[in-house]
Design a protein. Structure first.
Length: 369
């Protein structure tokens, strides 16, 4: 491959990486482009977290035995390249590594690998930050030239830099979203909240000033409606800007429950700190669950248990209210329950609900760390 061809490959890949805002879409696109431009046939990218756990973020033309059951052989178990990466022994492009996953397919006679037995592997880095591995290969190819490895390493640096940019962009967006929530909460508190409070006082004064019984009842009805709307507004402001979350999620959820008029018994076991994204998800799920208790359970007593272990967080919220009929084979019956399930699953967690008429409702959330 000539120098001009290498520069052309790097240019095309750089253009693709600069356009992307979603890491998985970017990785899938750049892997396909790399294989097409270099003439290689197979590749995959592992993203590896701080705990050494890998996930298959992109793949192209995997041999059929490796692609079976939604790439199960690639997603589970350990291998030499991931082990070397986690042990700090894989810091640059490596010529050829015999693939343990492919070797297992051959030993188990699980299918034809199409002549693929080896792959080159390159760590994805940006400065001192590491993100995972780029692996590429072709049938019957057991050696990569120095210029091929140098090109792969240059591409890997480009990918690492792009991943860092995408991560920083996502953090900026999350910060901007929080700022916008805080601004909206302030605006609601300073305008609508105060207007509803004034309406309640005005209705009360009108009721006390009139002698007409029908007018009294009208003012009383207006006062009740304004009080109810005021409570809903305060709950909305809480959802936008959780006062007390800086003191821990348990205190925040207890305060929110008390604001709703619920009596809550809350307990935290295990480690008291939570990753920011998980704490935010638990807070939102907890709000939704407590709101449902207030609206539907016909009970004011709720129990909440949070447990944080080294590898997961579990949250259990239970009331002793009226309950409802629920069958797991049917769709969740409300938007709120669907929203809780979606928040848990967005973090690779699980959502489970148990409820029967007259026996209350129990919600269980488990999110890996």
């Amino acid at each position: 491959m000539s120098r001009n061809e290498e520069i052309g490959i790097l240019k095309e890949i750089a253009e693709l990486l600069n356009e992307g805002v979603d890491s998985k879409t970017v990785l899938a696109g750049v892997l396909s482009k790399l294989l097409h431009l270099t003439g290689l046939q197979t590749g995959w990218i592992f993203l590896i977290d701080e705990k050494g756990q890998h996930q298959l973020a992109a793949e192209e033309s995997l041999p059929e035995p490796l692609a079976q059951q939604d790439n199960q052989r690639m997603c589970k178990g350990d291998c030499w390249c991931v082990s070397r990466y986690n042990n700090g022994k894989l810091n640059k492009a490596v010529n050829i590594i015999e693939c343990q996953r492919i070797e297992n397919v051959i030993l188990e006679k699980a299918g034809d690998t199409g002549g693929l037995t080896h792959h080159a592997t390159v760590p994805l880095r940006a400065g001192n930050e590491r993100f995972g591995l780029l692996n590429v290969g072709s049938p019957y190819k057991t050696h990569f030239q120095k210029d091929e490895l140098a090109l792969l390493e240059a591409v890997a640096f480009q990918i690492g830099t792009s991943l860092k940019r995408i991560n920083l962009t996502q953090r900026e967006q999350e910060t901007a979203l929080i700022s916008e929530r805080n601004r909206l909460a302030r605006d609601l508190h300073d305008s609508v909240n105060q207007l509803l409070f004034s309406l309640s006082l005005t209705a009360r004064a009108g009721r006390e000033m009139t002698e007409n019984e029908e007018v009294k009842q009208t003012f009383a009805y207006i006062q009740d409606l304004s009080q109810e709307a005021l409570g809903e507004m305060r709950a909305l402001i809480w959802q936008l800007k959780p006062q007390g979350l800086e003191n821990g999620i348990i205190i925040a959820l207890k305060s929110y429950a008390e604001m709703l008029g619920l009596s809550i018994h809350a307990k935290l076991t295990g480690i008291s700190s939570f990753p920011e994204k998980i704490e935010e998800a638990l807070w939102r799920i907890g709000q939704e669950a407590l709101g449902n208790c207030k609206k539907h359970s016909q009970s004011t007593h709720v129990s909440l248990v949070l447990n944080r272990s080294s590898d997961s967080v579990t949250m259990n919220i239970q009331d002793q209210g009226c309950g409802f009929f629920y069958d797991e084979s049917f769709e969740l019956p409300s938007f709120g329950l669907k929203n809780m399930k979606a928040r848990a699953e967005a973090l690779n967690g699980t959502f489970q609900i148990n409820s029967e008429p007259g026996s209350g409702t129990e919600i269980n959330i488990k999110i890996p760390i």
